[in-house]
Design a protein around this ligand. Structure first.
Ligand SMILES: *Cc1c(COP(=O)(O)O)cnc(C)c1O
Length: 427
């Protein structure tokens, strides 16, 4: 494939945009090479600036769960655009989407819209702190909750120590209130509660992690977190920015039958437009301004175009009684068939999968936390990524990311993908 125009566009972007991109993972730093500039996307496919066509396994990092540019969503956005892009006042659409969500997702009474997953998680933590009157919270290594200061924290040395800033610009003062534990390690969480009694406002967790590659909760991890929160008067926050409306309409709460106190959303909820949200029971959500004292706001929150895109996407999912069955089946087929091919090539690997999320770790052992994900053979992944890319298969450009399967990926796309993987050679 030729990438002449893409390369020229990147050179030009590089002069005016830091690193040439508006979000770091797009820069291909992990896999090497020059990022490819897309110019259009429809169904299962994206077309780049040089007219190369790709089967897309990222789907905008999740939002395009119906496939790109679904005709009914497109029509709904067009119609709404005629009526205005943004009012800065309440509109009926906001209630419509809120109603659809709270009536069909377990355990939430109210939902507040924002414009990104970052905002949703940042606001959920503030609300948890305001509600409990406590400052500290626990997060897990390898889980991502957006780029607000208190989440950009890495583990210090020793299990039960304070976190350290993971980016310049995050202060030590902020870092001291974020406690780190290993994903799937309930003993570390117990330790943290023991050493910080009465100080922990919340645990925030990706109920299925997608930001260290796909990593599943094991040994009743989520149930045990629920129990520890109850015993210690802390709130359990499920970050369902990836899993919400993807694992099922009710997200991980429904699939694992564990109730969270607060839930954050993003990605699918906006159907491709910028939307995030956080939700919970009345007793907690009532603490939010203007009803309560915990402040949170947004000029474009509940934006009518974005609400229309999200609402139409969610309605289409709900109307199709087999939606999740179908995308889960597609993902299972990919898992089994890719596994067979890699086995036939004697390539050591593990495929982690839940619902329509999956990733391949080139690792001899199971991967159930960040350290294990980091120990996978990432140079082999990078090789795999580039060979597939050169043959029109677009995977997430990092071994620490998850594939998001869309409803537009059908037998034809699966067959083509497997055909390319059959020719894969580790070089
Ligand atoms: C993507 C993501 C976020 C951040 O969402 P943005 O819309 O990128 O700000 C937060 N949490 C999880 C689990 C995510 O996957």
């Amino acid at each position: 494939m030729l990438y002449q125009r893409s390369s020229a566009l990147f050179d030009e972007a590089y002069k005016h945009i830091p690193g040439g991109v508006n979000s770091p993972v797009r820069a291909f730093k992990s896999v090497g090479g020059v990022p490819i500039f897309m110019k259009s996307a429809k169904g299962a496919y994206m077309t780049d600036a040089d007219d190369n066509v790709y089967i897309d396994y990222i789907n905008s990092w999740g939002p395009a769960i119906l496939g790109h540019t679904h005709p009914e969503v497109l029509e709904a956005i067009k119609k709404q655009a005629e009526k205005g892009f943004s009012y800065g006042t309440p509109s009926e659409l906001e209630t419509e989407i809120a109603k659809l969500i709270v009536e069909n997702v377990p355990n939430i009474d109210q939902i507040r819209m924002v414009s990104s997953g970052t905002e949703a998680c940042m606001s959920a933590i503030r609300l948890a702190r305001g509600f409990t009157g406590r400052d500290k919270f626990i997060k897990f290594e390898g889980c991502y909750h957006g780029h607000s200061d208190s989440f950009l924290i890495k583990a210090g040395s020793g299990a039960a120590t304070f976190g350290n800033p993971n980016s310049p610009g995050v202060t030590a003062g902020t870092a001291k209130d974020t406690l780190l534990a290993r994903y799937n390690d309930i003993e570390q969480v117990k330790d943290l509660f023991r050493h910080n009694q009465g100080e922990i406002a919340a645990i925030i967790v990706e109920p299925v992690a997608g930001n260290m590659g796909c990593v599943l909760p094991e040994n009743n991890f989520l149930q045990n977190l629920r129990k520890l929160c109850d015993e210690n008067g802390a709130l359990l926050i499920f970050d369902e920015v990836m899993t919400g409306f993807r694992l099922g309409f009710g997200g991980a709460q429904e699939v694992y039958n564990v109730k969270a106190d607060l839930v954050t959303y993003g990605k699918v909820i906006g159907g491709g437009l910028p939307v995030g949200a956080f939700a919970g029971r009345n007793e907690i959500m009532n603490h939010l301004a203007p009803k309560g004292a915990v402040y949170q706001a947004g000029t474009l929150s509940g934006n009518p175009l974005a609400m229309r895109a999200g609402l139409t996407t969610l309605e289409l999912i709900r109307k199709d009684g087999n939606f999740y069955k179908n995308i889960n089946k597609t993902t299972e087929t990919l898992d089994f068939e890719i596994g067979k091919i890699l086995n036939s090539k004697n390539i050591e690997h593990r495929i982690n999968r839940k619902g329509s999320m999956m990733s391949i770790f080139f690792h001899i052992n199971a991967v159930s936390n960040f350290e294990e994900a980091a120990n996978a053979n990432h140079s082999l992944f990078n090789n795999f990524f580039h060979q597939l890319l050169a043959n029109g298969i677009y995977l997430p450009p990092s071994g620490y990311e998850t594939w998001f399967i869309s409803d537009a990926i059908k037998e034809k796309e699966i067959d083509r993908t497997l055909e390319v993987i059959r020719k894969f050679e580790y070089s």
